[in-house]
Design a protein around this ligand. Structure first.
Ligand code: CP
Length: 323
């Protein structure tokens, strides 16, 4: 008997499971975001107790990362395994990508092996949506160029909610290389949907033009002005890999003007009661001072811990197994 591979739907058609894919935070409702965060709370408790579950037994999750990652890829793998799924890490460096295989052919090939959900990171904006048009599996965007990084924003929202009780009416200053940051884009949409007041702060050369209508306030080019009154300072990595040419004189100059230090937290609140976040990886001593990284107000590792929980919630949804 000849086995026949049934091709996936043609590009441009809509997936039956599109509602379970997570391609962007733009357009997500408050209720949708909160349901993921509520599920993630349950999974965070499971992780803290080092428990596992069989919720995704029989499901296959493929991590297809065409860009480097420490946190996102590892936490998606841990999330899938903690829920009992088979987690496969596709390595583009060892794949037929090097022989000229296109992205569409690569993901269709993986899909044909029987995948329930594909987690995709790629340097091109729109690549996750592109993949979703070529595969049967649900697709989770793990970062597409400078466009979006939805699970990062969800884990950031979870971190703020756990630390402050709510995101609503909190003032969040997103500081740094906003122009090139998919983290900033996803956070603006997520935090605004949850009722936060979001302001953007950074050098003129790194200020976005596309987010002006999505934020409640103007874009600040002065750190002291921009972080005034902030409950949370969300710092961003300088995305050197996305700079076509130098956007600032150097790390020392950036740190002098925009680096976050314990002393500068008093520019936000006189009592210095401000939370500092960074998605990682961090240019130590540039975006955040070394002293600040060791300060209990810096939540970087708490963000990482919440990342596994959020990705468990997202994978459960993507595999159609929400509890
Ligand atoms: N925050 C983040 O996406 O980190 P990685 O690039 O290490 O996954």
């Amino acid at each position: 008997m000849r086995l026949r591979y049934i091709p996936p739907r043609m590009p441009g058609t809509t997936s039956q499971s599109a509602g379970r894919s997570l391609l962007a935070c733009e357009g997500m409702s408050k209720a949708e975001i909160e349901s993921i965060l509520d599920a993630a709370e349950k999974y965070r408790a499971m992780i803290d107790r080092r428990e596992q579950s069989d919720l995704l037994r029989g499901k296959t999750v493929v991590n297809a990362f065409f860009e480097h990652s420490t946190r996102t890829r590892t936490s998606f793998e841990m999330a899938a395994k903690r829920l009992g799924a088979m987690a496969v890490n596709f390595d583009p460096g060892l794949s037929s990508t090097a022989k000229g295989e296109t992205l569409a052919d690569t993901v269709r090939t993986l899909d044909a092996m029987g995948v329930d959900s594909m987690v995709v990171r790629h340097a091109s904006g729109g690549s996750a949506a592109f993949v979703a048009r070529h595969v049967r599996a649900t697709v989770v965007n793990a970062g597409d160029g400078r466009h979006e990084h939805p699970t990062q924003a969800l884990l950031d929202a979870m971190t703020i909610r756990r630390a402050l009780g709510t995101v609503e009416k909190k003032r969040v200053a997103i500081v740094g290389d906003v122009l090139h940051s998919r983290v900033a884009r996803s956070n603006v949409h997520t935090l605004r949907a949850l009722g936060a007041e979001v302001v953007l702060v950074g050098p003129r050369s790194m200020a976005p033009t596309d987010l002006k209508s999505a934020i409640s306030s103007k874009i600040f080019n002065d750190l002291r002005e921009g972080i005034a009154g902030a409950d949370v300072i969300m710092t961003l990595r300088i995305q050197l890999e996305r700079h076509a040419r130098a956007q600032f004189p150097g790390g020392g100059e950036y740190a002098r003007l925009f680096g976050i230090t314990p002393a500068r937290l008093e520019w936000a609140k006189k009592d210095g009661k401000v939370l500092v976040m960074h998605p990682g990886p961090c240019n130590r001593g540039v975006e955040v001072s070394r002293e600040m990284l060791n300060d209990e107000r810096c939540l970087m590792l708490e963000q990482v811990a919440n990342g596994v929980a959020v990705r468990m919630a997202v994978l459960a949804r993507a595999c159609g197994a929400e509890q």
